[in-house]
Design a protein around this ligand. Sequence first.
Ligand code: CP
Length: 320
Amino acid sequence: MNKFFSVADVDSLDAIVKEALALKANPHAHEALGKYKTLGLVFLNPSLRTRLSTQKAAMNLGMNVMVMNMDKDGWALETRDGVVMNGTTVEHIREAAAVMGEYCDILGLRSFPSLKDKEADYNEDLFNKFIKYCGVPVVSLESATRHPLQSLTDLITISEHKKSEKPKVVLAWAPHVKALPQAVPNSFAEWMSKAQEQGLVDFTIAHPKGYELSEEFTTGATISHDLSSALTEADFVYVKNWSSYKEYGQVYPVSENWMMNNEKLALTNNAKVMHCLPVRRDLELSSEILDGPNSLVIQEASNRVWAAQVVLKRMLEDLK
Ligand code: CP
């Protein structure tokens, strides 16, 4: 593996989940693999889970890790080509990425979307330039359109906690006060659609009208605008807010109450409730669920280590 950007970078979902769970059972089995190898983690946006779990995964594999908070500590990056840099940007991504590639064997990058320029965001302009110019394998720590380490984690967590061969998984839109990216729900939909193709889950997306995700990510999913009917017989409910894709980055008023709570949980098959975190309590998801027996949010965050570790392991094995 020399790139981890989307579900297309993984052949068998079942095989990568089994490999991740083997690492969970024996975290230090491959600690010689990363000896003298350096992982660079580059953040253009904030992070708790991705930053710490990926560092922990790399350390379990014996790697050295360097973290660069570009947004706070780096030079202001220029990503456009052919511009005279006489404004506020100080360093072009061509040089910045190439230099980081000189110091590191593998790089990770987190970059959020603008939510203003749909074309640039959905072309993954910044991410593709970083991959092109750094010259080493790159793992996405969340890009404008996807969060693959989170989605792999979610699949691992569902595999661990499922009580039937093909559980019903519902991605449920939730309210928020800000316009949030579509990266987590796009990615979850993309991974669950592939899992459905491979016979691993039955997948439904529930959201109010106007919050349709790009069809590129939702092939094969059942789509509902009625949360109560979507929740019927659900085994897992994945709660997440996102802004509009069609009216890009916009937030529409929603009159019905879409916050997941115990009343809605009663409609499900005693579903386990997931959220990628950070979560706004009693806005997106009720405290009664977060503090109750059906919440998987901490176990899910814990599994971020094994998702990162299996990806780094595969990259290290393929380094020349
Ligand atoms: N879920 C997730 O990616 O968390 P962070 O933004 O804190 O890394």
